[in-house]
Design a protein around this ligand. Structure first.
Ligand code: SF4
Ligand code: SF4
Length: 432
């Protein structure tokens, strides 16, 4: 797919920090997997960067306080999708400096792979490209599997988003430091940083920072969507397919987003757990678009206010990119670890076009990068035949939205797929 880029609003804007506010909410389930377990109680004073929740299992991560303040409440609070879910609410101390006192840098070279993986989990690091999958799980390689290549995803193929682009421009040394830590720990032969060729300045600056003899290559990639999807990227860089049901590691590749690699460098070299992230605030409905460092848990309302507020006619705010992101239920929802963007759209971009019946043109099948049958999913979802969708591998769908983009009948295929996946996931959670 070749959706319009819409990146000119923010691609030249340097990253800046939002000022600290008053209220912060850290959902315990802001990553894929088991929710974290609170390690603090209501009324307790916390420091910025202090552990506030421990991993709830292996596929889970720690959480750290984004501010110095007091735990106001631990309980069910409204999440991004409007549902109530367990979270820790913290009130920032208006008189605190909010300076982090990071732990000392770690001697990462002396850590075993297991110790390294435990440390990544306790640092709360997840996939920063939007997936929020715990990074330590991705870095855990089963015995007998050999990782030959560390592939770093700097494609940023979603329209509007420029936070990865700015990170590569402004912190190339940190990216290369993190890459070297992960490559050495995985025992990979080389690091490849894949960057879409519409970011020539990022490609140039990264190449300039590579030391002679460092096993790192920067590979310019074609500009297309979803170039940043792991399996797509592996095909573009290595020309090999990852078979359905298998993972990148099965073809000897480990893929991580640029933000994740910088977060790893910040933890091992500077002692900073994951307490903030870069967010692109853009879209036709925002007054002053920006790339911002935002403490996790900050209400979207504070972020938007810092950007001059909403223009008249705002209809929808998306967390993430326009293709894979999701609309938020209220301006009070917090910025999460996986929040790469806050995009504000007006009526012009969001008015639903009239939907027509499926004409069986097959364009959605051609568009699906995972060779699924989106039109069948749409039919089954409408009939609420979710179990049949599972049997047809609906969980292989990465919700890239290509099918919806390609459909001449304007059928909201990806939205129907999400409804089905949400239903299946919640049923599984409520039945254990
Ligand atoms: S949203 Fe899912 S079904 Fe549709 S094209 Fe993407 S992967 Fe395929
Ligand atoms: S692209 Fe739309 S109209 Fe064509 S087969 Fe798929 S769902 Fe039907």
């Amino acid at each position: 797919m070749h959706p319009a880029h819409h990146k000119s609003q923010t691609e030249d804007l340097e990253i800046q920090r939002v000022p600290f506010g008053k209220d912060y909410v850290m959902p315990l389930g802001q990553h894929i997997g088991v929710p974290s377990k609170p390690a603090v109680v209501a009324g307790e004073a916390v420091r910025r960067g202090q552990l506030i929740a421990e991993p709830g299992g292996f596929v889970s991560t720690a959480l750290h306080s984004p501010v110095t303040g007091t735990v106001r409440e631990i309980g069910d609070l409204r999440g991004v999708d409007g549902r109530f879910a367990p979270a820790i609410a913290i009130e920032a101390d208006a008189f605190a400096t909010q300076r982090v006192e990071p732990d000392p840098a770690m001697d990462w070279q002396s850590l075993s792979l297991e110790e390294f993986i435990d440390a990544v989990q306790m640092a709360g690091i997840v996939g920063m490209g939007g997936a929020a999958f715990p990074s330590h799980v991705k870095l855990s390689v089963p015995d007998g599997t050999r990782i030959r290549h560390l592939l770093i995803n700097g494609a940023e193929c979603e329209p509007y988003l420029t936070n990865d682009h700015r990170l590569m421009l402004e912190r190339p040394a940190a990216l290369l430091e993190g890459a070297e830590i992960v490559r050495r720990k995985l025992g990979a032969e080389e690091t490849i940083i894949g960057v879409e060729s519409n970011k020539p300045d990022a490609i140039e600056i990264l190449c300039d920072h590579i030391s002679p003899g460092q096993p790192v290559r920067v590979v310019p990639l074609k500009v297309k969507y979803p170039q940043g999807a792991e399996k797509m990227m592996i095909k573009s860089v290595f020309g090999k397919e990852v078979p359905a049901g298998q993972l990148p590691r099965d073809v000897g590749v480990n893929v991580n987003n640029v933000g994740t690699i910088v977060a790893i460098a910040d933890y091992f070299l500077r002692g900073m757990p994951l307490i903030e992230r870069i967010v692109t605030v853009a879209g036709p409905g925002v007054t002053y678009p920006a790339n911002l460092i935002v403490p996790l848990g900050t209400p979207v309302r504070d972020v938007v206010r810092f950007c001059g507020g909403l223009k008249g006619g705002t209809r929808e705010i998306i967390m993430g990119g326009p293709m894979m992101g999701r609309p938020i239920a209220s301006l009070d929802v917090p910025v999460l670890k996986g929040c790469s963007g806050v995009l504000v759209f007006t009526e012009e971009q969001t008015s639903r076009r009239k939907e027509y019946p499926c004409i069986r043109c097959g364009r959605c099948l051609e568009a699906c990068p995972y060779f699924l049958n989106p039109s069948r999913f749409a039919r089954l979802a409408r009939a609420r035949m979710f179990d049949e969708m599972k049997a047809h591998h609906v969980f292989d769908c990465v919700e890239c939205g290509c099918c919806t983009f390609a459909c001449p009948s304007d059928i909201p295929i990806v939205q129907l797929i999400r409804t089905a996946k949400d239903d299946l996931t919640h049923r599984k959670e409520s039945h254990g």
